[in-house]
Design a protein around this ligand. Structure first.
Ligand code: SAM
Length: 206
């Protein structure tokens, strides 16, 4: 039997995906926008006037949602390895979030000493080797948590993507030690088969 390549399997799923169609019709740059919308609708994550940092922002769906909520009051700064086409109300920094210099540029772009919301939909480039991908994903998530602990104001919130698997329990323990209010979220638009989940924390513990 003829085997389909991983790319063609992804393409077929992508084209037939109702969230992709909905995002295209609504003018969102990614289906991922619906994940943030759903979580924002239940949790009121972002409020007008706030400073929001969007880690792993390309192509810009989450930044669009954040800017829509702020309606010109507040600031959104996105960062990604990839370039992002300009969006009204959003500043983008291109670079590797894991580098100190890039983080400093992101914080400088907010023009605030601390931020109110850190969002991270970042995922490392997948190698296809599950154990390697899992280790990289947890390492990235740990960096996000460390960044949020420094960058957030005490009432700030962190929403970040992580993958269930090896290393998750340790990360989750660190997350719970960092915030007084913690939830796990699995939005409907997060495909059922995906191991991704979102951790939401508020009320930084010092
Ligand atoms: N939330 C985005 C949206 O709605 O358009 C989609 C984000 S996509 C799932 C994950 C992004 O994380 C990719 O664009 C990738 O380039 C970015 N990324 C991964 N590692 C990164 C790093 N170390 N620094 C900056 N961006 C990174």
């Amino acid at each position: 039997m003829k085997r389909r390549s991983k790319t063609s399997q992804w393409h077929r799923r992508h084209v037939g995906d109702p969230w992709v169609k909905q995002a295209q019709q609504a003018g969102y740059r990614s289906r991922a926008a619906y994940k943030l919308l759903e979580i924002h609708q239940s949790e009121r994550l972002i409020k007008r006037g706030q400073a929001v940092v969007d880690l792993g922002a390309a192509p810009g769906g989450w930044s669009q949602v954040a800017a829509e909520v702020l309606r010109g009051e507040g600031v959104v700064v996105g960062v990604d390895l990839l370039p992002v086409d300009p969006l009204p109300g959003v500043a983008f920094v291109q670079g590797d979030f894991c580098e100190d210099e890039v983080r400093a540029r992101v914080l400088a772009a907010t023009e605030r000493s601390h931020v109110d919301v850190v969002l991270s939909d970042m995922a490392p480039d997948l190698t296809g080797v599950r154990s390697t991908d899992q280790v990289r994903s947890i390492a990235l998530a740990e960096q996000v948590l460390a960044f949020a602990r420094c960058a957030l104001n005490p009432q700030g919130v962190l929403l970040m993507k992580v993958f269930q698997g090896e290393g998750f329990d340790g990360l989750f323990a660190d997350f719970k030690a960092s915030f007084s209010r913690v939830k796990t979220k699995k939005p409907v638009a997060s495909r059922d088969r995906s191991r991704e989940t979102y951790l939401l924390g508020g009320g930084l513990r010092t």
